[in-house]
Write a protein that binds this ligand. Structure first.
Ligand SMILES: [Zn+2]
Length: 78
């Protein structure tokens, strides 16, 4: 990610109140660590079925832009 949205959102949650309790730890889900130390990206999970399958399958679709601020997510360097 070329922005700080994930860290910012996690930090903003800490100290907020929910059900009369203070949040002490927060971790945004849907964030993937890329191989080769290429940073992080966000993704959306998709569930699908096909003819003859017995249970729905899931895949992750990687975002090409930050879903929060719109900054392009750089592809990992080869
Ligand atoms: Zn962002």
């Amino acid at each position: 990610m070329n922005c700080t949205c994930i860290d910012d959102i996690n930090k903003e949650m800490i100290g907020q109140e929910i059900a009369h309790k203070i949040i002490t730890k927060a971790q945004l889900l849907g964030v993937a660590f890329l191989f080769n130390n290429a940073g992080t990206t966000t993704y959306t999970e998709m569930e699908y079925e096909y003819e003859g399958c017995k249970r729905p399958k899931k895949i992750n679709i990687m975002h090409t832009f930050c879903p929060f601020c719109g900054v392009k997510i750089e592809k990992p360097k080869e």
